[in-house]
Design a protein around this ligand. Sequence first.
Ligand SMILES: [Zn+2]
Length: 593
Amino acid sequence: MSRFTPDTIERVREGADIVEVVSQYTDLRRQGERFVGLCPFHDERTPSFSVKPREGFYYCFGCEAGGDTIRFVQEKEGLAFPDAVETLADRFGIEVEVEKEDPKAEEARRRKGRLGEALQRAADFYEAYLWESPKASKAREYLTKERGLGEEVLRAFGVGFAPSVWDSILTRGQRAGFSVDELLAAGLIQRSRNRPGSHYDRFRARVTFPVRDHRGRVVGFGARGMGPDAKPKYLNSPESEMYRKSNTLYGIDRARGPIARGARAVVAEGYTDVLALHQAGVEEAVAVMGTAITPDQLKLLGSYAEEVVLALDADRAGREAMLRAQRVAGSGKLRLLVAPMPQGKDPADLLLTEEGGAQLRQALAGAVDLAVFHARAIMDDADTSTPMGRDRALDEVVPVLVEMGETITRQEMIREVADRLDADPDLVAGRLRGRPAGAPRLAAVPDPATQEQRAAPAPRRPASPQVQREYKMLALCIADPKLGQAYVDRLSEEHFTEPVLAKAFGWLREHLTDPLEGLGEDDSQLYNAVARLQAVAGEPATEQDLEFRWRLLERDRLHRELRRAEADGDAPRAVELQREMGQLNDAIASGAR
Ligand SMILES: [Zn+2]
């Protein structure tokens, strides 16, 4: 990923209309210089969310979410910083510049752009063909009648139909200026085996599902043959510089926003499952396209979700796929849940009937921890009619229970297993003793650092009066940088008890005039703190006010030092500090300079 120039980022910060961006998520009302509305980051009845268009900032007094337009798009649409910049640039027609890259990288980027264009053109062609050609009537019928998919969802996902002729993309592509080599590299055509040197379309007489990356760029296709003799039933784009099945998730471009908002993803098996789920309002659905979920796919989901619900067919194959996912997830921070579909059905099948919708929602709501699912699967398969069969099942289930760690869930599973095997719970529990969970836990608690970076705001914890004074001081300095600089210079890290504010202070000492300029996204805690300070900064204060605030902090600091001196038994120092504090208290009380 190429880096944008600082100028570009600045242009986006200034050029993107924050009120317009935020208004897509909540209704804003003008109130003087700012706009207020219900917070799009937490549930509330009375508005505590405010946007300052002049500074380009938002801030919520309820959950303390805050930042600039880029930050907002990152949080709400689940995008990384560069993607958020590019999205806003696209939306507001802002010119972007990337840092000079080496010629090789530039060439690779240019080529990727070309291949992407060829793929997008093919997708457009297939889509138009599906809706306009009489030859696609069977395909339309299959999708709408047989699969129960509405035109709206089909168009939203750009579903199409590839004609049966051999060269529609080949000739169209070449006419549009693409070389045979480019069309090959894009996976749109293939070499003829019988006639060396000639080529033909890869997808023919198939329903096409464009597969996109998380930003919505077409990277390949899944294509379903029509009729019982179509072989293979599904044909995918070949692995290429554009398309890697193992790190692609079908539907991620449309699902990532909903996933980021709810911190939950639903993973289904195939293309039509995703369409059916979206049509049924489950907009956080993606598909793995017929393979077991891979580490890369889980990583991709992990950047948006905390919880992944596997909505796969609960037959043997499906069950094995889920258990493989469990091993893949390993030490990951993602919580894996299973919503087993009724035997032999996938979500698309289910949604064909009226009861199906309810069944599906029930299955999703009743999703269980993957380890619980695993333990139950072992019980279901066990031969419980003989003591030997029950022993074997116990042997098999013990490692699963061990992996669950010392949790309430495990305790309940022990009871359930004992019940199913007609055994004493103490016997089952006894087998677990002395067997520490070896591999990392399955349902590991999300790593706090990553959680911090995610949109979900931490519940508000009221700051102590001391910390509030620290906030106020820094906010006042930001509000009037010219005056504030003198106070920032007088302050020291010892004036701050809140670590992140001490850090923010260190940053502001050098960057008071434009606090977010050049502030990396890597330290999201620092970024949040500075963004919050800037958002609450408000109108410039008088010098008296700043002086007053400074004295309060200085008194707090002296007070802490006095405590230390007393603890150290340093009486002379304590007397000196008490004298200083007395003077300061007088000054604070009189308001004198
Ligand atoms: Zn909020």
